[in-house]
Design a protein around this ligand. Structure first.
Ligand code: UDP
Length: 334
């Protein structure tokens, strides 16, 4: 397959395009000359991450979405607009069912009314729940254990039903641990509050935090700390372009993992961050975080077989190097 075959036709409406993974995907679309419209309510995204056409709207606002569809006439949608904190979803499931499930329903209804038929969306390995098999295949049973994971599974089911009943074509991309940043240092991962390991580790390297707390060292893994499959955000973005191009060529359903198949422990990640940054990065072992399985590693084969996708930017040191460049730039500008 050529780059041409893997490039979707525009215009593409990217909802949640001001967020972490969305903004990187928009960059890739723009670099291929695909007309792109970003719709985002800026609840967690950043206006500065969007350089092209921007609509500040809430995807749960049907009237506003009808206007966006009428004005820009997008051929297809890529959907990143969702809440993504497991802990918050346990404390406030109402927010997650409203913003992830209800708002997605509104988006799908606006798409139907506009005759827009293709949608690629961010699902998650959290839809699988506790692994019954590691590495985890694309066909792993889906038994999510958090409200967050359950809302993502509801979104998958809703789209499957819309595909069956209304001829929509849908791709559910189940991410493992999204990580890294754009190599130019302008886009990266910045959540508020920050809970993710890599940004926190780099904040320690920058001297913004005294140490990193390691959640548990008695897991059944070689060094006792949790193992995750870290996938570079540019590799994730590339998979969205490929999935959308495939839907546009007539394929009706795609559901696949996006991970590298390699797992790294928390301590290995800290070691890589020391290598890349040249800083010592002190850590302290504390108790485990509720709901963290010891190992989450993708064993999916569909992304390669069906999308022709392979991770190209996702070595751990490359992920850390790109994230480090972004965090240094951010802290210098702050
Ligand atoms: N983690 C940690 N200390 C932190 C944040 C995360 O030890 O301050 C661990 C966490 O237990 C998990 C891994 O780092 O094993 C990745 O966590 P993160 O929150 O980045 O992503 P998640 O796996 O929850 O999606």
């Amino acid at each position: 397959m050529t780059e041409q075959d893997n490039t979707p036709q525009g215009p593409v409406l990217v909802v949640g395009g001001a967020g972490y993974i969305g903004s990187h995907t928009v960059r890739l679309l723009e670099a291929r000359g695909v007309e792109t419209i970003v719709a985002d309510n800026l609840s967690t995204g950043y206006r500065s991450a969007v350089t092209g056409t921007f609509e500040e709207v809430d995807i749960g606002d049907r009237e506003a979405m009808d206007r966006v569809f009428a004005e820009h006439k997008p051929r297809s949608v890529i959907h990143f607009a969702a809440k993504c904190y497991v802990g918050e979803s346990v404390e406030n499931p109402s927010k997650y069912y409203r913003e992830n499930v209800c708002y997605t329903w509104t988006l799908l209804e606006a798409m139907r009314a506009a005759g827009c038929e293709e949608i690629v969306f961010s699902s998650s390995c959290a839809t699988y729940g506790n692994p019954v098999e590691v590495p985890m295949p694309d066909t792993h049973p889906q038994n999510p254990i958090s409200p967050y994971g359950r809302t993502k599974l509801h979104m998958e089911h809703m789209m499957e039903d819309y595909a069956t009943a209304y001829g929509m074509r849908t791709a559910a991309l189940r991410y493992f641990n999204a990580a890294g940043a754009h190599p130019d240092g302008d886009l990266g991962e910045a959540h508020d509050p920050e809970t993710h390991l890599i940004p926190l580790v780099l904040q320690v390297a920058l001297g913004q935090r005294e140490k990193i707390l390691v959640f548990g060292d008695t897991y059944d893994t070689p060094d006792g700390t949790c193992i995750r499959d870290y996938i570079h955000v540019l590799d994730l973005g590339d998979a969205h372009l490929r999935a959308l191009a495939l839907l546009q060529s007539g394929r009706d359903r795609i559901a696949c993992n996006l991970g590298t198949g390699d797992g790294y422990s928390v301590l290995e990640l800290i070691e890589s961050a020391r290598r890349v940054t040249g800083h010592p990065i002190p850590f302290e072992i504390v108790g485990p975080r509720a709901g963290d399985p010891p190992r989450l590693i993708s064993g999916g084969t569909r992304a390669k077989a069906e999308l022709g996708w392979e991770a190209k930017h996702s070595s751990l040191d490359n992920i850390l190097a790109d994230a480090w460049r972004y965090h240094q730039k951010e802290s210098a500008g702050a």
